[in-house]
Design a protein around this ligand. Sequence first.
Ligand code: C5P
Length: 402
Amino acid sequence: MLGKRILLIVGGGISAYKIPQLIRSIRAQGASVTPVLTAAGAQFTTPMTLSVLAGEPVHDTLWDRNSEAEIGHIQLSRNADLVVVAPATADMMARIAQGLANDLASTLLLATDKRVLIAPAMNVRMWDHPATRRNLATLRGDGILTVGPDSGDMACGEYGPGRMAEPDAIIAAIRDALTPEAQPLSGRHVIVTSGPTHEPIDPVRYIANRSSGVQGAAIAAALRDLGARVSFVTGPAAVPPPAGVDVIAVETARQMRDAVGAALPADAAVMAAAVADWHVVGASDSKIKKDGSGRPPALDMAENPDILAWISRAEERPALVVGFAAETDDVIANATAKRLRKGCDWIVANDVSPATGIMGGTENAVTLIGEHGAEEWPRMGKDAVAARLADRIAAHLNGKTT
Ligand code: C5P
């Protein structure tokens, strides 16, 4: 942490009483602290305390003409190596998730080009509220790092998660955030395909499938969080791509194959896209009209390139190729056969029968099939499946598993 600059935004929560200790610890590690105090934060700790301990003036308003002239708020957030928000209240999390910029803290957070680490702190019911869960998912999707909260007795008399992480834990998280090279996938390049493909019939119609792209986006985000450079080749998905990945948006299977080819070489490829099996040969350049005969047009179809099978046998084959198998019956037998047929290393198999609610849903129940057989994972959120898969990929590439 030696010589690093931390921009520390102090929000309004009772745990702000731990912030003076945090500032002392950060400085003891050789880093500098520029404190920013919100109006609510000033109810719990004083500008004087923060500036004396930081050895720097406190910034607390957007409208200070002198400080804007000396160092504009954009500069303030860019001069830092890392932005830390502690305590990050429910209100602060909501405002960052929304992208609001109506005070100094929120403006700095929107303007920064640096990593942001938040230490949430709030009442347990506020932490558990669906709105906060949603905001947390948005923030994580945007690449914001979190530390805590801890569980325990709260100042409000309740018990549960919501206490701000202790200064030591925040320091450890700051150290990790400042040294991404320590992450298990740093320096690695992973290609992820995601979403459906659209195969045009004419300029206004296409053949598609019900893939939402949720699982693929979650996998790209999880790999990014472990430090990988991710090339995210996505068809027209229902969800936006995660922040912090290289997005290559495509429409058809043939475009997807070309984009995957252009992204090589890579250490690993995760083919989570639901690629259409066929395209329409000679899609019409103008809208096909009913011709009055009562007969529908005959669509001439041809098979699409199988991107997974192709990359598995490509000259520049990544060291690890992972495919998906969405099956409705005999999941394990079909997926095991698919692994061999496609030539990939692992298959993530899932049962997409309508009764499971998996296609388009938020949960997934998968079986990981590799050289050594099938491993059934419990039903969990698609984010959790992604995190577990990313961990396995990191362990494999780092030689910790076969
Ligand atoms: O053959 P099937 O579509 O069931 O195989 C699924 C796996 O193959 C997925 O990993 C999918 O991304 C990949 N695939 C592909 N190109 C295709 C068809 C499937 O990469 N044309």
